[in-house]
Design a protein around this ligand. Structure first.
Ligand code: GLU
Length: 429
């Protein structure tokens, strides 16, 4: 068996930080602040259902490979399970379990009627052909067919997946049901019931949160110096929208490294350059090469980690110079690093708030599909913006009145809403 197998070890290096333990620590802190009864936090610290399936896939050379696919359904107390499916080499069951829990708090915080889930397969999608990816996506969904559905569990894109994979998944589910079921996934292509605005939604949500946080400090986006780790679906969209709004994007990066320009990068030119150069940004004229670790420690006003987990850790936290960090990735700041930043007065706006734009527009896509009425992009963006701004204000209000960090405040709101629903629904039997 290779590293993609079901029993792959979770701990590739001694510096490993267990994402599920981290997620539970945040839950514990919120439970303590809310004075939740022991039984309530006990229930919420366990996923309701954990599914791992084997996915036999025929490679283009005729070889058969068996991959492990996970889907973790953390909570459906507030509505159907909701969350993305990632194709990434770092996927493990613990990571997916942690991310499923984050989805529960994210949906609750934003006030959308979903629970939380996440799925994933530990592959590097770049090592597979398009037809292999199609076979993997279809077999994964067919193995999970009894566990998903438009009122049960609604997958969406995440790292390494996009509208293309959602279309294959929707088709596989529909063929098995005998009729088209567009509501089984969100983030679909427009041709089969996707929503305008979905592709840029997570990045747009990040831009809104940065704008609101600056406004609270009496500043505007115009001229604000921002460094963004990541230039994919989230980082790339955030960079574009922030640049359009007048911010100076001084650095962005991909997994291979980044580029830096003291006076700001022209993001539309950089995007065109990346398109022409097979997604490489390193040779972009008028910009200096920098590494990912260097990008994080640049002097700037706002730092947006929009790539992987555990990027700001005990190792580099003292070198961070930004005094506002907006988490566009899930879990880019570790628990300890977060405490050090708080102690230094650095504001960290947490993932469950800052990157919620994607799931909010997924919700709007699902609502449009259920009502058979499709909206223009302005309406979609407007509805999303109003939910994001409301959530931001609630988090800041909670943070100020309870004298707690915005992260803990966001958890208090998300966990509190789920705990209230759990209490009202009662325990069966
Ligand atoms: N994968 C995105 C997230 O982590 C979107 C999930 C969704 O749209 O359901 O929030």
């Amino acid at each position: 068996m290779d590293q993609t197998s079901l029993f792959a070890p979770d701990s590739p290096s001694p510096a490993y930080i267990c994402p599920f333990d981290q997620a539970c620590s945040y839950l514990d802190a919120a439970a303590k602040e809310l004075k939740l009864a022991q039984g309530v936090s006990e229930i919420l610290s366990h996923p309701r259902k954990v599914v791992t399936v084997s996915i036999p896939v025929k490679r283009d050379n005729g070889e058969i490979q068996v991959l492990a696919g996970h889907r973790v359904q953390h909570s459906d107390i507030l509505g159907p399970y909701k969350g993305g499916i990632r194709f990434h080499p770092a996927v493990t069951l613990r990571e997916v379990s942690a991310l499923a829990m984050l989805m529960t708090w994210k949906c609750a915080l934003l006030g959308i009627p979903y629970g939380g889930a996440k799925g994933g397969i530990a592959i590097n999608p770049k090592s597979y052909s398009i037809s292999e990816l199609e076979r993997i996506s279809r077999r994964y969904i067919s193995e999970l067919i009894k566990d998903i559905g438009p009122s049960v569990d609604i997958p969406a894109p995440d790292m390494g997946t996009s509208a293309r994979e959602m279309a294959w998944m929707m088709d596989t589910y529909s063929v098995n049901m005998g009729h088209a079921v567009p509501g089984v996934v969100t983030g679909k292509p427009l041709s089969i019931g996707g929503s305008l605005g979905r592709e840029m939604a997570t990045g747009r949500g990040v831009m809104i949160i940065v704008r609101e946080a600056l406004a609270d400090r009496g500043k505007s986006l115009s001229g604000t110096r921002i460094a963004i780790q990541g230039f994919g679906n989230v980082g790339g969209a955030a960079a574009e929208l922030l640049h359009q709004a007048g911010a100076k994007i001084i650095a962005v990066s991909t997994g291979l490294g980044g580029v830096f320009a003291e006076n700001g990068l022209d993001i539309s030119e950089l995007k065109a350059y990346a398109r022409e150069n097979n997604r490489k940004i390193s040779g972009f004229p008028q910009a200096k090469l920098i590494t990912n670790p260097e990008l994080l420690t640049l002097p700037c006003d706002v730092l947006i980690p929009a790539a992987l987990e555990n990027q700001i850790t005990q190792e580099n936290v003292n070198q961070i110079q930004a005094n506002l960090i907006v988490e566009a990735a899930n879990g880019p700041v570790t628990l300890e690093a977060n405490l050090s930043l708080e102690a230094r007065g650095v504001t960290v706006l947490p993932d469950i708030l800052s990157n919620a734009g994607g799931v909010v527009v997924s919700y709007l896509e699902w609502v449009q599909g259920l009502s058979y009425l499709f909206w223009d992009e302005e309406r979609v963006n407007g509805e999303m913006e109003s939910l994001m701004v409301q959530a931001y204000r609630k988090v800041m209000h909670q943070s100020q009145t309870r004298k707690i960090s915005p992260r803990l405040a966001a958890y208090v709101l998300g966990v509190g809403r789920v705990a209230q629903a759990l209490n009202d629904r009662g325990l069966y039997p």
